[in-house]
Design a binder for this molecule. Sequence first.
Ligand code: ASP
Ligand code: MG
Length: 241
Amino acid sequence: MQVWKFGGTSVGKPERMHSIRNLITEDSTRKIVVLSALSGTTNALISIGESLKANNDAEATQKIEELYAHYETFIKELYKTPAGYAEGKAIIDKEFSFIRSLVSIKPFSVKQEKEIVAEGELLSTQMFEAYLREEGVNAVLLPALDFMLIDADNEPVLKFTEEKLSSILSQLEDKQVFITQGFICRNPRGEVDNLKRGGSDYTASLIGGAIVADEVQIWTDIDGMHNNDPRIVKKHSQFVS
Ligand code: ASP
Ligand code: MG
């Protein structure tokens, strides 16, 4: 079994999701595919949470509807059939109705803040799974909230992941592709929590360790390699393809 992780940019456009579909079905290796939220989504969700914390409901609602509009456009290009589109629409409507319901919860607490940021990965993975189904790919969505856990010190409980995943996977031996959310987990109170910003890579490594994967691959949406971080080293960063 392999673990392949795709970050926000890799799932940030419908055509990128189409490419991931091609990549993961190119060979018959069994894999767990870990996805981040669509690029920009986690930042947008954090910003909605900040407006809600500041009791600025009108501003939060405006940000929520802007983000919803982005997803509406996205699914129009992602799916190729009316049935696929209808599934995608049902997914975004369900998740956004949860996000909208948070506007009326007062006070907006840390618990709700964690729930709102988890929505990015919940959206991307369900949308992608529905797309794979439309394409006839034999894939299963494994909810990370069922097997990713942190303890009271915010440290992952690897033993829990090992036991849970091995029991989940033993019942799905005929399946080849598994999709799951990066970043999100539960805490000892059973609430939704996360592994901190950029945590999807960490999820992939933890899953890889838990299942003793043959390989963990962290995919990045770039055709070659920079010999420096181009955000920091502008002039001397070289691109080698
Ligand atoms: N979506 C989360 C973030 O933006 C986790 C990740 O992308 O790795 O931080
Ligand atoms: Mg990253």
